[in-house]
Design a protein around this ligand. Structure first.
Ligand code: PGA
Length: 252
């Protein structure tokens, strides 16, 4: 049985003081919710160390939103996987569509990042998804397949077992448009089938595949009740404790 995992991607929001407030609210409201749903928050880099201290003894795990694939050197402004580990991160988001489109990340770069994350013991949340143009051109499956094949090139079963996949149709991110539960389920099922071809039926059956793109308390239930949707990567709705908690409750 796969358990649902809800991750909050804070993006470029919340300074340190605001982060402390939101994290404290999340910790209070998740107390006693039980462990049958995984909870991850991914605040900005500047809040990670404090977040880690606050999250000790809570049911909430810590992740970062990005990292560089190199292990150090002259890369002004960048952060290594080991640095993230050292401030208590367990997870890291890799290949988010905003990184792909606004910062030029290719499948090849994302592949290097995934490998670097595994080398440092981080668990990646690997994001994939098609644009509106690609969906309308009816090439969603080809796009997702290419992102998966190239993103996971050379990644062995042992490492793959630590990955969370997040299917996020780009046209649904931050737009208020969600894929219908059926549309999302169709792609999730396709992804699971592809994983079974690339790795094994056992890994395909156990991998967590989150949906992301305008997930809100009022659509979470329906999306999460689909057989191949195992949680959500939440942007906008994770910036307030009550809507984030509502989504976590829907995942229970
Ligand atoms: P959204 O963002 O929930 O605001 O659409 C999701 C994401 O970008 O991960």
């Amino acid at each position: 049985m796969r358990k649902n995992v809800i991750a909050g991607n804070w993006k470029m929001n919340k300074d340190l003081n605001e982060s402390v407030v939101l994290i404290s609210e999340i910790i209070n409201s998740t107390k006693g919710l039980g462990s049958n749903v995984g909870i991850i928050i991914c605040p900005p880099f500047t809040s990670l160390e404090t977040a880690n201290a606050l999250l000790k003894n809570s049911d909430v795990a810590l992740g970062a939103q990005n990292m560089h694939y190199e292990s150090g050197g002259a890369y002004t402004g960048e952060i290594t996987a080991n640095m993230l580990r050292a401030v208590g991160c367990k997870y890291v988001i890799v290949g988010h569509s905003e990184r792909r489109t606004l910062f030029g990340e290719t499948n090849e770069i994302i592949n290097k990042k995934l490998k670097s994350a595994f080398n440092s013991g981080l668990y990646p949340i690997f994001c994939i998804g098609e644009t509106l143009e690609e969906r309308e051109g009816e090439i969603t499956e080809q796009v997702v397949e290419k992102q998966i094949r190239e993103g996971l090139a050379g990644i062995v079963e042992n490492d793959f077992a630590k990955i969370i996949i997040a299917y996020e149709p780009v046209w649904a991110i931050g737009t208020g448009k969600t894929a219908s539960p059926e549309q999302a389920q169709e792609v999730h099922k396709f992804i699971r089938k592809l994983i079974s071809e690339l790795y094994s039926a056992v890994l395909a059956d156990s991998v967590t595949i989150q949906y992301g793109g305008s997930v809100k308390p009022d659509n979470a239930n329906e999306l999460l009740s689909q057989p191949d949707i195992d949680g959500a990567l939440v942007g906008g709705a994770c910036l307030q404790a009550d809507s984030f908690i509502e989504i976590i409750k829907a995942a229970k």
